[in-house]
Design a protein. Structure first.
Length: 98
């Protein structure tokens, strides 16, 4: 790389902030709503999956019981990812030098 390109790239600075951004409060509220919807979906997945798992297991439909178990575990993973996502984004941004 030429020294001029390195000098230009080395001068870039970013400090993310939402202060003064039009619609920042709306974007934050929409993210909060999306997180709530994701948690509701995770709860529904856990409840429906657990019901399908238990009923299918008792009726001897083991393929359906396996699908119910998958659905319940997917709800657990979805809830975990929903909860950890903001922390992970902030942690990775700070780790990258932000």
């Amino acid at each position: 790389m030429s020294p001029h390109v390195i000098w230009v790239v080395g001068q870039v600075s970013v400090s993310p902030t939402s202060s003064g951004m039009p619609g920042a409060a709306l974007v934050q509220q929409m993210l909060n709503w999306l997180t709530q919807v994701a948690l509701w979906g995770s709860l529904a997945s856990i409840l429906v999956g657990a019901a399908a798992w238990g009923l299918s297991q008792n009726m001897g439909a083991y393929a359906n019981a396996y699908r119910g178990k998958q659905l319940a575990l997917a709800g657990v993973v979805g809830a975990c990812l929903t909860g950890i996502a903001p922390t992970a984004v902030n942690l990775l941004f700070r780790a990258a030098g932000g």
